[in-house]
Design a protein. Sequence first.
Length: 319
Amino acid sequence: MTIGAVLYPVLIYVSFAVAMGIAASALTTYYGQGAAGSGVAELIGYMNGVNYPRFIEISSLITKIFGVILAVSARLCVGKEGPLAHIGAIFGSLVVYVPGMGFDFMRNDAQKRMLISAGSAAGAAAAFGAPIGGALFTYELAKSSEFQTFAMIWRTFITCAFAVLTVDTAESIWFHEPLMGVHSSLTKFGNPHIEQISNIQAMLPAIILGVVGGALGAFFIAVNFRVNAIRKVCLKSKRAKVIETGVWAAVSASVFFIAPYVMSVIKSDNCIVEEGKHLGTESVYQAWCEEGQFDKNAALFWSAEGEVIKNMINWDIDE
């Protein structure tokens, strides 16, 4: 394999990633500044009585929708779950301004916070395919607020159920499935082949995953806190923030693209014949394999975040 067979695709891939990363950063920095961040931390403050500047605005909605699409497409290590909660919150707030609906009496902070809570719950539920989880999500964010009553939790749950049903219906139509052929869990995890094991067998791996995940989460928060403290000192101008995003997009895109190639050099049996294999997802890539084969490592590194989870869960261990 020649150097050009690797170098040219990398340059094209990284160029597109940098362009989309810079576009997302510029959109947030110069237009919808209220859309900065994931939106979850801001939701906590807003639903507990803090009027976060420009958080609930049309400019923030537009920036959040297009910004998260560009950021995820740029291969930045970000997810869509937090932004979807923010998007849902803004839509919840906009309901009271729809003409002819008779919601004028709800144009006050108390009522709007209830609708924002329900909207953010619907966004989280749609992201994870979990209506109960969406209702509990906003309850946890604002459980100390007066509006989080038992009746409000039920209303939020119904909102989340309709949100998940809407996503499932759209999935059914898009993939030409029967209307009831798609379940909420498939939205996030696909349709895996599950081996029946006892609760005792599952307990030890669950404990290990919980401990390791908790430790890594604490480590990430500590590192993120210190890195953001440095960024606050170094990144004073808007231009610097945009440039930083472009640099990180180039680094992450390069790593994600080159990693499958490095793995194929180290281990030559990464290529699998596509025909007859249970994949559980359509995100398969030939990469540097022969015609009619696909590279399972490329499917992990090149797919979107949701498809990566499906790939990891759905592939048979023997593959």
